[in-house]
Design a protein around this ligand. Structure first.
Ligand code: NI
Length: 399
């Protein structure tokens, strides 16, 4: 450990009890996507208590950004936390269980917010060591609302212009104390689809007088599975899942139409494009073969979350050198989950860290009604963020 990292570790320890309280307060008061009014106000109040931070608002007040200037010149270092909760009935017995029926922090964004507020507090106490500026970005609507895109469109990465940006996510598949920080793709691009297969309904006893959309739909489901096996390279991961199929009302009736819905995912934006093109071709042509018409709507979700290899390498060196050699996991399998942090990484170099939550060997999965962010991971996250921020000049050597 270096002298500065020892200072950080001591400050993080001192800030931990209040940070845990904040995390539990947020856990008890979850708010859904695009409704984070109380959370945003809470964050703005906490930031306003830190004298070195100037606060601004984005996305109609639901995005809160704090800017802290160090005492020397240097790059603008961005850190981001997402704030929204999920429509899930919490089933934990935690004393800080959700007070809102049917809404809970099942993705651990309460932990992300507390972690970034704690980081801001520690960096304020150590601001004589900051070379440049730190920008703390608290965004709404990660859970399907693309809050990150909204903030990027509103210029959150400008004025002052962010040079490099980092975010993190609590990770139930990794052990407490370890951080997954890999190069390249970490999380997948996603899209959802809706499809209607229209035939001509009729009596179940006279199929020759109908165009059966159920038979067409069944062959479409099978045909779509050839995209991953026959169009995408075996070395490129991709997923096509038909998750819903609805058609028919009675045992002796051929229906007029069948609705199919599902998800498409990939770790490469070009592969995603190919899958979507083939998806529409296969569905419509199988429809033609069955005298059915097929209408397909593919709604793009988030792009691939892609860690800049140079920024990731430097960040690993900083964390290994300051937090511990064993603290970083470099070789990890990407997840087919998605994240809107991808939008920041499309515009600036940086990386997304996955912070281990397993303690000692189990943590309920993200989006489970039993999930609860592990407070012990806050120490890991704050140490990582603070060490990266105080070494920000290493990411932008020219500044
Ligand atoms: Ni999440």
């Amino acid at each position: 450990m270096t002298k500065t990292s020892e200072l950080i570790a001591a400050q993080v320890k001192a800030a931990l009890p209040e940070t845990i309280q904040i995390r539990r307060h947020l856990h008890m008061n979850p708010e859904l996507t695009w409704r984070e009014h109380q959370t945003a106000a809470f964050v703005a109040d906490r930031l306003a208590e830190i004298s070195s931070i100037s606060v601004s608002k984005f996305a109609g007040g639901l995005g809160v950004v704090g800017v802290m200037k160090g005492e020397a010149d240097g790059p603008v270092f961005g850190l981001r936390a997402d704030m929204d909760a999920l429509p899930i009935f919490e089933k934990t017995n935690a004393p800080h269980k959700s007070c809102v029926d049917g809404v809970m922090h099942a993705c651990g964004h309460d932990g992300h917010v507390a972690n970034l507020l704690g980081t801001a507090k520690v960096l304020h106490n150590l601001r004589q060591h900051i070379k440049g500026t730190v920008k703390f970005i608290f965004q709404p609507a990660e859970e399907g609302g693309a809050g990150a895109k909204k903030l990027c469109d509103e210029g959150v990465l400008d004025d002052p212009r962010v040079d490099v940006i980092f975010g993190l996510h609590g990770w139930p598949e990794e052990k407490l104390g370890r951080i997954i920080l890999k190069d390249g793709p970490v999380l997948a691009a996603n899209a959802k689809f809706w499809m209607e297969v229209k035939g001509r309904g009729g009596h179940g006893a006279f199929p020759h007088l109908s165009y059966d959309p159920i038979l067409a739909a069944a062959q479409i489901v099978t045909g779509l599975q050839t995209i991953v096996s026959r169009n995408v390279s075996p070395l490129d991961p991709a997923v096509v899942t038909v998750a819903k199929i609805h058609g028919g009302t009675a045992v002796n009736v051929i229906p007029d139409s069948v609705i199919l819905e599902g998800t498409i995912r990939s770790l490469n934006d070009d592969v995603m494009k190919l899958v979507c093109e083939r998806f529409e071709q296969i569905a419509s042509q199988i429809g033609v073969a069955h005298q059915a018409t097929v209408e397909t709507k593919i709604t793009p979700g988030y792009p691939v979350t892609y860690n800049d290899p140079t920024a990731s390498k430097i960040a690993r060196e900083i964390i290994r050198g300051n937090v511990g050699e064993e603290s970083v996991v470099e070789k990890a399998v990407p997840s087919m989950g998605s994240e809107d942090f991808s939008y920041y990484l499309q515009q600036r170099p940086g990386a997304f860290l996955l912070i281990g939550l397993q303690d000692p060997d189990y943590c309920p999965s993200l989006h489970s009604p039993l999930f609860d962010f592990n407070d012990k991971a806050l120490e890991v996250g704050m140490n990582a963020f603070c060490n990266l921020a105080l070494n920000s000049t290493r990411f932008v050597p020219s500044s």
